[in-house]
Design a protein around this ligand. Structure first.
Ligand code: 13P
Length: 249
């Protein structure tokens, strides 16, 4: 299965940030192409411009959220159809920051993921436990429940990606140990075989949470880790290229 390394810019980046995307595209073109898909997910206002900037280059463009409905009286929201219309090919749904800051529940995440599939986008469905849940020994219970509750109907390896992002590892510089990552990813793979028989062994499961050039190779080598969802280190082309180095052979 071809891994995916996606950069989530979160609420960072004015138009000047597009220069980093150009540097990333140039950096990718300069060496042997990485044996993985590469994606950037900028804030909404930069999507159109980024699609234009990376046209013909080997970088996919995704969004960070969408509404479940195709259109309507939802002030301030953006639909999956709108994202597809401007050239995005994927959308992150259920990121822990949206679950925490906007009260998104598994059922909301599932509806958004299904909207993504309806619009022809790849849904990148995020799950992950908090520090308290891990300390209480609830990691597998929580991530298993989130996976079952958030997985869109009709999920296939072609239209859905899972991202395991332990909340306590996001933006903290802390990463899960390779043993912890291995345990959760193997568990998610088993759960997928129950939830989505036929697709389970091909669906990509990304790891996210303080992935940096210094730890990417080790994390990406863990069984059932099929790429990364990268926050802070995706904002600088040099850092992101450093993470992608592990996929250049
Ligand atoms: P960091 O890589 O900054 O920890 O963020 C991870 C993340 O939340 C990606 O979606």
């Amino acid at each position: 299965m071809r891994p995916l390394v996606a950069g989530n810019w979160k609420m960072n980046g004015l138009t000047a940030q597009l220069a980093e995307a150009m540097m990333l595209a140039d950096g990718l073109a300069a060496g042997t192409p990485p044996v993985c898909d590469v994606m950037l997910c900028p804030p909404f206002p930069l999507i159109s411009a980024l699609v234009h900037v990376v046209k013909g280059r080997s970088i996919l463009v995704g969004a960070q959220d969408c509404h479940a409905k195709a259109s309507g009286a939802q002030t301030g929201d953006v639909s999956a159809e709108m994202l597809a219309d401007i050239g995005a090919s994927a959308v992150i749904v259920g990121h822990s920051e949206r679950r925490a800051d906007h009260g998104e529940r598994d059922s909301d995440v599932k509806a958004k993921a299904e909207a993504a599939l309806r619009a022809g986008l790849t849904a990148i469905v995020c799950i992950g436990e908090t520090a308290g849940q891990r300390a209480a020994g609830l990691t597998l219970e929580v991530t298993g429940r989130q996976l079952a509750g958030s997985l869109p109907k009709g999920a296939t390896a072609a239209n859905t990606v899972i991202a395991y992002e332990p909340v306590w590892a996001i933006g903290t510089g802390l990463t899960a140990s390779t043993a912890d990552v291995a345990e959760v990813h193997a568990f998610l793979r088993r759960r997928l075989s129950e939830l989505s028989p036929g697709n389970s062994d091909k669906l990509r499961i990304l790891y996210g949470g303080s992935v940096k050039p210094a730890n990417a190779k080790e994390l990406m080598a863990v069984p059932h880790v099929n790429g990364a969802l990268v926050g802070g280190a995706s904002l600088k082309a040099a850092d992101f290229l450093g993470i992608l180095l592990g996929y250049r052979i």
